[in-house]
Design a protein around this ligand. Structure first.
Ligand code: FPP
Length: 257
């Protein structure tokens, strides 16, 4: 099953002429991406859904490279949600094998770029082979100090919030803190994104206009950007345009101008 879709994807993009982008004056420190539309991309080509996910993985690789080239500090990629278990077993299995496939071919480049890999979500529920990939990629990139790539795997915003609340409640029950000592900053230290820069930009592809349980606490003041482009067709150029638009937004955080 794994190598089955090797020929699909977008090899053509690798040889496409590279456009020189003028340096970005204003850019988000932390971008979150909801990579949506793999299935529709495949259906339009009369291909199986898995071919869409494979093409999506190639698009993800290009996007990671682009974020690094643009000097973004952190990118969080929604790769598998807590709701995605509802999909057919064969699709879930394919998605669970993708990290292994991705890191086998990309880890050397990530290391040479100084990228630090992180994961968020309940990775303890992933199949053993996916967990092994998680461990290996964390180990291989632990000393890196460049861009952080944070993969959301078996992640859901509500479950993250419940987990954070439960951790705090346990601290209270153990007498290590009091309920009224809870501040926003302290609460954030229990979230999966603890230690990452504040999320300032969320991109969603494929024309859907919702967050689908992605970083629901962290996106409170993030700028949102939606495109009809299906994820496998998302390009460095479109990312650049999105970041330019981010730079034009007036961010007031509830204040007046
Ligand atoms: C949503 O499209 C996409 C996903 C559920 C999977 C996204 C995963 C990748 C892009 C690759 C992940 C790779 C690694 C290494 C973590 P969809 O299937 O819901 O598309 P549809 O809405 O058109 O059906």
């Amino acid at each position: 099953m794994l190598g089955l879709f090797k020929g699909f994807g977008r090899g053509q993009r690798a040889s496409a002429p590279t456009v020189e982008h003028p340096p970005l004056q204003v850019k988000p420190r932390h971008i979150g991406i909801i990579m949506d539309g793999n299935g529709r991309w495949a259906r339009k080509r009369a291909l199986p859904r898995m071919a869409g996910h494979h093409a999506g993985m190639i698009s993800m690789r290009e996007t990671i490279r682009a974020c690094d080239d643009f000097g973004i500090e952190c990118v969080t990629l929604y790769a598998f949600s807590t709701e995605n278990w509802k999909r057919p077993v064969s699709e879930v299995e394919y998605l669970m094998r993708l990290p292994e496939q991705f890191f086998r071919s990309e880890i050397d480049e990530l290391v040479s770029r100084g990228v630090r890999v992180r994961f968020m979500g309940d990775t303890s529920r992933l199949p053993p082979y996916t967990q092994e990939t998680v461990r290996n990629s964390l180990e291989r990139t632990a000393q890196n100090t460049g861009m952080t790539v944070n993969f959301a795997l078996n992640y859901g915003g509500r479950s993250e919030l419940m987990h954070a609340m439960s951790q705090f409640a346990q601290e209270v029950a153990a007498g290590r803190t009091c309920a009224d000592e809870l501040t926003e900053e302290r609460f954030e230290s229990y979230l999966d994104t603890a230690g990452l820069p504040p999320l300032d930009f969320v991109i969603r592809t494929s024309g859907e206009i919702r967050l689908s349980n992605f970083l629901i606490w962290q996106s409170a003041y993030a700028e949102l950007w939606f495109t009809d482009t299906l994820w496998p067709d998302f390009s460095k150029e479109e990312l650049y345009q999105a970041i330019l638009e981010f730079g034009r937004r007036k961010r007031r955080f509830g204040d007046v101008e």
